[in-house]
Write a protein that binds this ligand. Structure first.
Ligand code: AQP
Length: 340
């Protein structure tokens, strides 16, 4: 008799994005494109991290619009609510609850060492709030609530993931196994997209210079204009080389959207100037984003469908996360509440 086949459960992936502005080409090529392809192989849990977003002051109307827009846009990019869990963080109260608990298992000195805290404090000296400081335990709660195996992270978030593991290990050490220790997932096609105006800085949603970033929803003519104005150098030769940050960035973007290698791009533009190259990158990006923009237009008009998706997402996320939270509260010694 053949031995019964035991199916390995799929590994759990958790990732989130902040609705802190209009989603950029950097967010898309660096994170979202990978999120889509992971859906078939893993048990994916994706969130809009709106609680994290208010660590920097937001205008209420713009914040609401960015959140709605991001939800519809992620669906348009290919997040499939039938395959993945996709919710809005503030709709699931367990995140804030576990974050408070984890605050009490995180040392002040550990948080002081976080480079993102130092960077964001320097960027917003008029609003160095406690939430900015305790951002990492909230991120740890997001991840640990779902017994996550893998977290796709860029270099900038590595330190926070290490802290998440330290907090989880500390808790498990005191109370016995409670949290799974998550590992970093390094995407096969990781890309870091730089600002078009200062190619030594990453492209960011919250950049005040509108020409520095491409929004996924930008109109083709705006995309073309921004690429035309992109900072390059005076060599006027399309080649990938150290010190040519602007050109290297454009070549990286071109490669992400066309699949061409740098050598192929160099051959394609041999003897041509930056004008032709920038126009080609702009056209390729606009064409790549066109179907997303078209699907987005349908989703954003359909508020009922969006509400149904995020309602269902929050319900499922709560059902999973409350199990971890209950376990944590019980181990610490809280008296279990009566169901409300
Ligand atoms: N320029 C980028 N290139 C590649 N990946 C990027 N990501 C962000 N910018 C780039 C990735 O997008 C995911 C979501 O990011 P986030 O919303 O959590 O915040 P962030 O990294 O701080 O992104 P922004 O756009 O720069 O937001 P603001 O301006 O609010 O700080 C992450 O996986 C990130 O690596």
């Amino acid at each position: 008799m053949e031995p019964a086949k035991t199916e390995e459960p799929q590994k759990v992936i958790f990732s989130a994005i902040q609705p802190s502005g209009t989603i950029t080409l950097g967010n898309y090529l660096g994170a979202l494109k990978n999120w889509i392809s992971l859906q078939d192989e893993y048990d994916c849990i994706y969130a809009l991290a709106d609680l994290h977003t208010i660590t920097v002051r937001q205008d209420p109307a713009a914040f609401r619009r960015h959140t709605l827009e991001a939800y519809a846009l992620l669906l348009a990019c290919g997040i499939d609510p039938k395959k993945s869990l996709f919710f809005i963080q503030s709709h699931v109260p367990t995140h804030a609850q576990l974050a408070w608990v984890l605050d009490c298992y995180t040392q002040f000195g550990e948080l002081q060492r976080m480079t993102q805290f130092k960077d964001k404090s320097a960027k917003h000296p008029d609003n160095i709030n406690a939430g900015l400081f305790t951002y990492p335990p909230l991120m740890a709660a997001d991840i640990l609530l779902y017994q996550t195996d893998l977290v796709p992270v860029g270099v900038d978030q590595k330190q926070h993931l290490e802290l998440t593991r330290n907090i989880a290990e500390r808790f498990n050490g005191i109370y016995g196994p409670t949290f799974k220790l998550p590992d970093a997932y390094i995407p096969k096609n990781g890309a870091k997209i730089m600002s078009l105006q200062d190619p030594t800085k990453k492209m960011s949603k919250s950049d005040e210079n509108a020409n520095a970033s491409i929004a996924v929803l930008d109109k083709p003519e705006d995309i073309m204009r921004k690429f035309r104005r992109a900072v390059t150098d005076s060599e006027a030769c399309v080649r990938y080389a150290e010190g040519k940050d602007g050109v290297n960035n454009l070549m990286g973007i071109y490669s992400c959207v066309t699949g061409k290698t740098n050598a192929q791009t160099e051959a394609e533009f041999a003897g041509k100037g930056y004008g032709d190259f920038k126009a080609a990158v702009g056209e390729a990006v606009a064409e790549h984003l066109r179907p997303i923009r078209e699907r987005y237009a349908d989703y954003i008009r359909n508020r009922d469908y969006l509400e149904q998706c995020w309602g269902e997402g929050a319900r499922k996320a709560y059902a999973i996360s409350i199990r971890t939270l209950r376990k944590v509260m019980k181990k610490i010694g809280f008296v279990p509440p009566k169901p409300m």
